[in-house]
Design a protein around this ligand. Structure first.
Ligand code: ME8
Length: 646
């Protein structure tokens, strides 16, 4: 089979603006699409909007617009959001598109000709929110489980789809294709629905009650039920029945949805396809809910999380990373802004950001930005290579199984491995003693970084491409594929390797007021809010200006930084503060020795000298501490060492 991949998201209702949940599904689709590009596949990525039905008419009325004006406006909100989240869908389908309407009519006609549509009077309990009939069994304490309202009894003549006819076929199909619906919990859920007799599906609404829909091709007094209309988008967008896209991509179709719409996708849709003579999709991938304040997001609760606001505050790639790293695909997750900040600081600013910055600094410093030859690798170097190569296979299979958080954890193991390799090899020592070993080590670090840049690309395309640019690579993004990574050492930079500003600045736990999502740091007075308050409440002794002037505060530059044997916290610094002196600072675990070298700092120079762990300390380096760690106070621009602070 040709190497192709087709991914779809649900087409979202235009009765509400896009929120975190929509963003998550669509980012997952984008991550998968980019991953398959890395495997060399030709991909097609579809998203869009669902624009017919009662709900939409009600929302349009509320907004004081005609349905046409209203759907154009909200659909555009979705369409223009996706590029801002770096989502690269190939097509955006709307159920009001003429091509879609034609395909719906074509399929209805085929299903009818197949004897699977009949007309009948039906009396039942109808939920206007869901736009469907409910059976007594499906209700919870007499109410619709989604809307918590009592459905209304209505009697109507309608068209029905003979879904019951396909029940046995579907059960067999799911048993024969264990991965058809995944993860397993949702496959089991569908099978358990199918334990009960499947009822036929009412697929029309009389125009006397609802006009806003696709007219049935065989009875102009009726419009098509929204689900029968909406599901067809997945094939209408490919130009079914004749389009070349349909032939190429339908056999490898994968849908992504959340658990709320499992039944239409897991039951109605395969039965509709079967009846229309179309092969079923390949996989239905089902994820859980993002909850906020331990419940579903809803406009009325005022806890809707807007994706663009988060991306604006924290950075788009950090936001994308967090969503994919924090949610186990298939399970629910609680959205928590504090967890987002913690992840950015730990995984991105510390682990990945530091690795990139220290590695590039060293290649630049020791080899003027030109990648050295690998020389003769030793066991420790080979171990880094083996870890990176094994990771590529592991990553590939985890991504294919939707184990995004595990794939990221595996990549972070390599990041950790490389940081450790640097600490153990201490290139700054090799720089003085063994240039050949230094070359081998720096070469392996470069290759490790190249691997990481490719594997994080589906998740964080912008940052990955920045790293690739800094590494001086000729190709970027999907131009470098997984198979290229398997050829270790083959791709050399075509430009000098450069060091650029930090990829992921640390986020101080201060954030804009009134951020949607309720649990904001500012609201709960945690983070700097709390630290600040503590500071304000602390009884401070006042000092006179004269006292302040006794402090000899100076700018100093760190010339050397060395660990102090046996100390868990202290680092010995040799600084130029107009004079050369040693200062002991409790920075271990917050900064590496390598990071400290060359840094400008503020020094309290006239502190009584003390001996700490046997090392004389003449002064104190100034730093601030909050609950994310210790941060050096540094001059805003390069300042002559020894300059006094006033
Ligand atoms: O159901 N957590 O559209 P919809 C995670 N038009 N994902 C969420 C979420 C949350 N809290 N809230 C929404 C429809 N989603 C139909 C679909 S398809 C032929 C027709 C995401 O606007 C998730 O993907 O209600 C969910 O399945 C979808 O939005 C529902 O979108």
């Amino acid at each position: 089979m040709s190497n192709t991949f087709y991914i779809t998201t649900p087409i979202y209702y235009v009765n509400a603006e896009p929120h975190l949940g929509h963003a998550y599904t669509t980012i997952v689709a984008d991550v998968l699409d980019r991953f398959y590009k890395l495997t060399g596949a030709e991909t097609f990525f579809l998203t869009g909007t669902d624009e017919h039905g009662d709900k939409i008419v009600a929302a349009a009325e509320k907004a004081g617009q005609s349905p046409e004006e209203y759907v154009d406006r909200i659909s555009q909100l979705f369409r223009s959001l996706w590029p801002k989240l770096n989502i690269g869908n190939d097509y955006f389908v709307r159920t009001t598109d003429p091509q879609h309407k034609e395909t719906v009519k074509y399929i209805l006609q085929r299903v009818k000709e197949n004897g699977d549509i009949y007309f009948s009077e039906y009396e039942g309990l109808y939920c206007f929110g869901c736009e469907r009939f409910y059976t007594e069994r499906e209700l919870v304490e007499g109410k619709c489980p989604d809307h918590q309202t009592e459905p209304q009894p209505i009697k109507e003549a309608n068209y029905f789809f003979r879904m019951s006819k396909y029940q046995d076929w579907l059960v067999d199909y799911i048993h024969q294709h264990p991965d058809f619906i995944r993860p397993k919990r949702y496959r089991n859920e569908v099978l358990s629905f199918l334990n009960e007799p499947l009822e036929d599906l009412c697929i029309s609404r009389p125009k006397s009650r609802l006009h806003w829909g696709i007219t049935l091709p065989f009875d102009e007094n009726f419009v098509t039920y929204v689900w029968f209309d909406a599901l067809i988008n997945y094939v209408s967008a490919l130009g079914y029945p004749d389009g070349g896209l349909f032939k190429r991509f339908w056999p490898v179709a994968q849908h992504i949805i959340a658990k709320d719409i499992l039944k239409p996708h897991g039951i109605y849709w395969p039965c509709m396809l079967k009846s229309a003579g179309i092969e079923p999709y390949q996989h239905l991938n089902v994820h859980g809910y993002w909850n906020v304040d331990e419940g579903k997001m809803s406009k009325s609760l005022g806890n809707v999380v807007r994706p663009l606001e988060l991306a604006d505050v924290y950075g788009l790639d950090a936001f994308r990373y967090f969503l994919l790293r924090d949610m186990v695909f298939g399970l629910d997750s609680e959205f928590n802004e504090q967890a987002l900040v913690a992840r950015i600081n730990a995984d991105l600013a510390n682990d990945l950001g530091n690795l990139v910055s220290r590695s590039l600094t060293m290649i630049q410093k020791y080899f003027k930005g030109v990648l050295p030859d690998p020389g003769v690798p030793e066991g420790t170097d080979e171990a880094v290579k083996d870890q990176a190569l094994a990771l590529i296979d592991q990553y590939e299979s985890l991504m294919k199984e939707l184990g995004f958080h595990k794939a990221l954890m595996a990549v972070w193991e390599l990041i950790g491995g490389l940081n450790k390799y640097i600490d153990t090899m201490a290139p700054w020592v090799l720089a003085k003693s063994d240039r050949e070993r230094l070359a081998t080590v720096m070469h392996h670090i470069f290759e490790g970084l190249r691997t990481i840049s490719v594997l994080i690309w589906p998740f964080m395309p912008e940052s990955a491409e920045k790293i690739q640019q800094q590494l001086g690579l000729a190709r970027k993004g999907s131009e470098i594929q997984l198979n290229d990574l398997r050829r270790w050492g083959e791709e050399r930079p075509v430009r000098p390797i450069i060091k650029a500003p930090a990829l992921f600045p640390r986020i101080e736990s201060k954030k804009p007021e009134g951020f949607p999502g309720g649990k904001g740091l500012a609201k709960e007075g945690r983070g700097t809010g709390e630290t600040g308050k503590k500071g304000a409440e602390k009884k401070m002794d006042r000092i006179s200006l004269e006292d302040f002037q006794k402090l000899d505060l100076r700018v100093a530059v760190i010339k050397e930084a060395e660990p102090i044997p046996g100390s868990k916290k202290l680092i010995k610094l040799t600084v130029d503060a107009g004079d050369e002196r040693t200062v002991v600072a409790g920075l271990k675990g917050h900064y590496s020795e390598q990071d400290l070298m060359g840094k400008q700092v503020l020094l309290l120079a006239n502190l009584e000298p003390v001996k700490l762990m046997g090392v004389e300390s003449r002064g104190m380096v100034l730093a601030a501490e909050d609950d994310t760690g210790i941060h050096l106070i540094v001059p805003d621009r390069e300042t002559v060492p020894g300059s006094s602070v006033k």
